[in-house]
Design a protein around this ligand. Sequence first.
Ligand code: CP
Length: 276
Amino acid sequence: MHENKVVYQPLIGKTAAIILQMESTRTRVGFEAGLAQLGAHPIFLSTKDTQLGRGEPISDLGKVLSEMVDLIVIRTPKQEDVQLLADSSSIPVINAMTTLLHPCQLLADMQTFRELRGPITGKKVTFVGDGYNMCHSYINASRRWDFNLTVCCPMGFEPNSDILEGGTKPRLERIPEKAVSGADLVVTDVWSSMGHEGYEMERKKTFKPYQITESLLDLAAENALFMHCLPAHRGEEVNETILDDERSVVWREAGNRLHSQKALVEFMLKESIANP
Ligand code: CP
């Protein structure tokens, strides 16, 4: 809609607080640009600019922001803090990533697959890499959209056991060639995410056999797509060229962070739009 120069501003008069306690490019720009395009006013809050940095409890922040704005977006290491904020707020709270989950990224990934290949239900999806937040959100998505998920990770880097026990389990596979065989979608993420500072060298060695290359993708289904939430580390989880391979849809996937987050924000605020 924005690309077509259509002005659609159902959120005029609304304000959103965007709290980012970890770095972000796509998520921040997607929310800030998206809210502005929808007519709302985004307020970016980093830890160091707010009283959070001086120890104000997150539950107090939820109560205060609920008096002032219409929506809160938060990226913070601890999933419990998102829950605390949601429990103490009377307005919608969006999880913009924790070390456990990255649900906003999955909205963009699912949108991208649907746009290019139709419904993902029943498809074969392979996540190659660390059993961390992206992998956990893929497990949740596989239950929500009913696709067949294979997780391919080194020993000791399996997904969180609570997430695994929460419903249908993914197939666990150690060998990347076996894991991607016949896959309709292959996904990876960085080998050292936010929260792994200091372990980068050790992780590079462990994850070396798990790099995504053209020859690995050749084992996937004929029409397979490749996704990565970005930022990517060329020479680590991806080789130097795979992001520009015709099977890679990472730039469209990144663009869909904007579109899917706009849809999410509108969905979350639709009740207050209908009853201002
Ligand atoms: N994929 C993702 O969340 O990107 P940012 O960390 O740049 O927001």
